[in-house]
Each structure stands twice: as C-alpha cells, then as structure tokens.
Design a protein around this ligand. Structure first.
Ligand SMILES: [Zn+2]
Length: 342
C-alpha cells in the first residue's frame, strides 16, 4: 500500500485505545529495523525524519528508501512524518517530496532555538494546516517548549521551563485546526533527560491529564520519550563508550499517557543506543572484522528488537490489518467536507 496519512493511523489508535511509536531514521538500516519490527508485531508505524536526517540522506535517498519500504512491507500502514519542521517552507518542501505528515514546530522561531510568541505559533501552524490539508497531509503542532536540544533543534532549556498551559492548548487547537498536538510536560530531547529516575511528579503527568480532559478528541504527542534503558547504556560503556549516568521516560509513564490521550510517542535515543552498543561490541570482540555488514547487521537486529518491544508496550502491535487506508486525496476530500473534526 502507498504511504498513509498520520491522521488516519492516529484516529484508529484513538478508537483502539493504543499509542503508536514514531521512530526517527537517517539511513536504510534504521528503516529496515522499523519495518521488520512492524511485520513481526503486525503494527502500523510512523517513520519520521528531522531536518538533519533529510540533509544527511539528501532527501531523495530517504524518500526512495521509504517507497521501497512500502513495496517490501505492503501489509503495514506506514506514515512518513517530518519531525520538527522549523518553517512553512520546510513543511512545504516535505509535502512536495511525499511526506504524508508534517510537524510545524512554531513554538520556536525558524532558528529552531528561540521560543516564539503564541501569535506567531498560531499563524505559522494555521498556514501549514491550510496547505497540508488541501493535499490530505496531516499536521502536528507544538505548544510549550520541550527541553534539551537535538540535531541543532531546541531551546536548550530544561524540560520544565516552558510547560504547556492547558487553556492556551485549547485556544491553539481551536485557532489552528491541527491534527495532533505535541505538549511539553517535562520531557527533553537527547540522552540526558533526567539525573535520577523520574516520577509522575517530575514528568508532570497531571498536566497531561488536565490537557486531555480539556481536549478529549485531540491526539496528544509525547516528544523526547526514549526510556534510555540501563542495559543499553551498559553495553555501550562496557565496550569502550563513555556515557554519563542518565535516566529517560519510564515506559509505565508513557502507558499512563496513552490511557490519557497520547497517540504518538517519539523515540530516537533508545535506537541510537541499541545501534551503537551492537557496533561497539563487534569492534571490541572481533577487531579483525572490516566488512561493514559484520557490524551493521547486528546493529539492525538490536534496533529491531527494541522497536518491536516498544510497539508491544505502546499497544500498536496486532493492529496493522484493522483498517483500509484512505488515500491522501480521500483525506483531502474529508478535510474539505469537514468530515474530519479539527
Ligand atoms: Zn521532538
């Protein structure tokens, strides 16, 4: 099947009461890991690329690898999503290239660093919604600012500096008509999220629950939601890595989020750790190896295992065949006819 819209995948997730992992990719092996995990667990899937990933893969390579994914795994509903678009132009170029979903992150200015005003955020997000919906493409927006910085994107603040205000979130959704809303509840991008194991209190899960109460029909998105498992950190450090002690978002907190309107969960760091640990192990155990396949195969396998685990934990496993994908043209008609509530 062709790439599908994220709106349909999230609407179905909402009906089924589960979450869908959105995994970042830069290359062929990462795409293969995700698709193989999706087949093994029979899951719909969101594959996402940041601006950094688009530039690393020269855009066209990424796009054609994703088309290959739909050919090799035709039974899996697969979304291609732009992570943290910094401007209307970036979102437009993604839509032109064939992304079926885009994030307009107007919580920051186009430099990807400076927190913006509410008015700026509404204006740019609304503009992207109008452009995207005309083509049946999904739009994610963000209100409040995530902590940390990744791929040069982020205000570099701690996760608590710009939490999402529930009343502002309601106004933002109403004025933009977006499909999915990323909220700031204390999570950060990157590996170094927390210096000790976070609790529901550190993560401001009450804030998430309050937002869901006020916006029961909006698909919420948790960014910076890698769990940064200790065993993966240990493998990296055991084979020569130098990661400092760190904690991520516990899976049980994500599951609490899923019970309260979270439909999309962004995971990148965990996969990076799995890949790096597997490669370091080959280099340490078999220093005579020099065929890239000798370390990329175990890296691909390690990432697949982790993605399959997350798919099961988020609840998307078993749901790939639940529905018939609506084409982007069909989605555009629904938006035009207001059949999709925004
Ligand atoms: Zn993010």
């Amino acid at each position: 099947m062709p790439l599908v819209s994220m709106r349909q995948v999230l609407d179905e997730a909402s009906k089924g009461g589960y979450g869908v992992g959105a995994f970042n990719v830069n290359n062929m092996e990462q795409i293969q890991s995700i698709m193989e995990a999706a087949r093994e667990t029979n899951s719909p899937v969101i594959v996402q690329a940041s601006r950094g990933a688009r530039s690393y893969s020269q855009d066209r390579f990424l796009y054609h690898l994703m088309i290959a994914a739909t050919e090799v795994y035709p039974e899996i509903p697969t979304v291609l999503h732009l992570d943290h678009g910094n401007s209307v132009e970036t979102c437009q170029s993604a839509i032109e290239m064939g992304f079926t979903s885009v994030m307009m992150d107007g919580s920051l200015m186009p430099d990807g660093k400076t927190p913006s005003s509410f008015e700026y955020n509404v204006k740019t997000t609304r503009e992207v919604v109008e452009m995207a919906h005309a083509k049946g493409v999904t739009v994610e927006g963000e209100i409040g600012c995530l902590g940390g910085i990744e791929d040069g994107h982020g205000a570099g603040l701690d996760g608590l500096s710009h939490l999402t205000d529930p009343d502002q979130a309601v106004a933002f959704v109403k004025q933009t008509g977006l499909d999915a809303l990323a909220i700031a509840i204390g999570t950060s991008h990157g590996a170094y999220k927390f210096s000790k194991k976070p609790t529901g209190e550190t993560l401001k899960m009450d804030r998430l629950i309050e937002i869901h109460k006020q916006l029961p029909n909006v698909h919420l998105v948790m960014h910076g939601s890698s769990s940064v498992p200790q065993d993966l950190q240990d493998i990296v450090n055991q084979y020569g890595g130098k990661l400092k002690p760190t904690w991520g978002v516990p899976v049980e907190e994500i599951q609490l989020g899923i019970r309260n309107g979270v439909r999309k969960i962004n995971v990148d760091t965990d996969n990076r750790l799995a890949i790096t640990g597997a490669i370091r192990k080959v280099f340490a155990d078999k220093p005579e190896e020099f065929d890239p396949r000798s370390y990329l195969k175990p890296a691909r396998e390690a990432m697949k295992k982790l993605v399959a685990l997350r798919m099961t934990q988020f609840g998307q496993a078993g749901h790939a065949g639940d529905y018939k994908p609506v084409s982007l043209a069909g989605m555009a008609e629904k938006y035009a006819g207001d059949a999709v509530s925004v």
